[in-house]
Ligand binder design. Structure first.
Ligand code: BTX
Length: 248
C-alpha cells in the first residue's frame, strides 16, 4: 500500500511490515514498468548483500529499494550507487553519526585513526538494459537504525549505538530528498563522495575477477572507479578498478 510521506521529492513509497527483500519486490515493480517508486519495509526475512551474501534486516532498521528509470548509459550507473552512499552518509551525519564512506558502497563509522571501521549501512544496485542505455535501475539501501548492534553480525554498528534512535519516517524523507538532489546533479556526486571517503589514502586490497590489486587508494575517477597505486615491482603503477570487493 502506498503511504503519504509529504516528500519534497517525486517518489511514491510502498510500505510493508515484512518482505523477503525489498530489492526483489523492486525488481518486480521495475519489470512491470514502475519508476520513482520506493519499496520500504520494517523487516526483511531474506535481505541480500552483494555476491548473494546475507544482509541481516531485523525490525527497527530502514530497508528500502528505489526504482528508477534514468536516461544514462550503464557505464554511469556506478554514480547512482555513489549518490546513494553520499545521501545515506549525509543523512546519518544529520542524525549525529560520524558516517563516512568506504569505496564503493559501504557507509561506515571510523574506529580509531587506522582506517578501521564498523558498518552502518550497505547499498546494493541492480539494473537491466542494453549496452547503450539503462532500462531500469534499483538502488537498495539498508541502514542499521533503531537496532542494538550486538544483535547484528560482528563489525556492524547502528544509529542507536552511535547516537540515538531516529524518527525513521523523517530519516527516509531526508534520505530520499538528498538522493533526489544527488541524482539530478551527478557531476557533484564524486566531489561529495571524496569529502566523505574513508578509503582514500588507505592501503587497500581489491578483489576482482581479473585478480587482486594491492596498493594505496589515491583517487576516484569521474565515473566512480577507484585509482590504486600498486607497489608490485620497482615502479609504482596506477590501476583503476571500477568494481570489486575492497578491504582496508
Ligand atoms: P555486502 O555484501 O557488502 O555486505 C554483506 C556482509 O555484511 C555480510 O556478509 C555480513 O558480514 C555483513 N552484514 C550483514 N548484515 C549486516 C548489517 N545489518 N549491518 C552490517 N553488516 C552486516 C552490502 O552488502 C549491501 C547491503 C544492501 C542491503 C539492502 S537492504 C534493502 C535492500 N534489500 C536487500 O535485500 N538488500 C538491500
Amino acid at each position: 500500500p502506498a503511504v503519504e510521506f509529504g516528500l519534497d521529492a517525486p517518489f511514491t513509497v510502498e510500505f510493508h511490515d515484512a518482505v523477503e527483500s525489498t530489492n526483489a519486490v523492486a525488481r518486480e515493480r521495475a519489470t512491470d514498468g514502475a519508476s520513482d517508486l520506493v519499496v520500504l519495509a520494517d523487516e526483511q526475512t531474506g535481505g541480500r548483500g552483494r555476491l548473494d551474501r546475507e544482509w541481516s534486516s531485523p525490525s527497527g532498521g530502514i530497508w528500502l529499494s528505489i526504482v528508477t528509470r534514468p536516461s544514462i548509459t550503464p557505464a554511469r550507473a556506478p554514480l547512482y550507487t555513489l549518490a546513494a552512499a553520499v545521501a545515506t552518509a549525509e543523512t546519518a551525519r544529520e542524525a549525529g553519526v560520524d558516517a563516512r564512506i568506504k569505496w564503493p558502497n559501504d557507509v561506515v563509522v571510523p574506529v580509531g585513526e587506522n582506517g578501521d571501521y564498523r558498518k552502518l549501512a550497505g547499498i546494493l544496485t541492480e539494473m537491466e538494459g542494453e549496452t547503450d542505455r539503462v532500462a531500469w535501475l534499483t538502488v537498495g539501501i539498508g541502514v542499521n537504525a533503531n537496532i542494538d548492534a550486538d544483535t547484528l553480525p560482528a563489525g556492524a554498528t547502528t544509529v542507536r549505538d552511535e547516537a540515538a534512535d531516529v524518527d525513521r519516517r523523517r530519516f527516509v524523507q531526508r534520505l530520499l530528498e538528498t538522493f533526489d538532489d544527488a541524482r539530478t546533479d551527478l557531476e557533484a556526486v564524486v566531489p561529495a563522495w571524496r569529502e566523505l571517503a574513508l578509503t582514500l589514502g588507505q592501503r587497500v586490497r581489491v578483489d576482482r575477477p581479473a585478480g587482486a590489486v594491492v596498493g594505496e587508494a589515491v583517487d576516484i575517477t569521474a565515473a566512480g572507479a577507484l585509482v590504486i597505486e600498486t607497489d608490485a615491482g620497482e615502479e609504482r603503477t596506477t590501476v583503476t578498478v571500477s568494481a570489486g570487493d575492497c578491504e582496508h
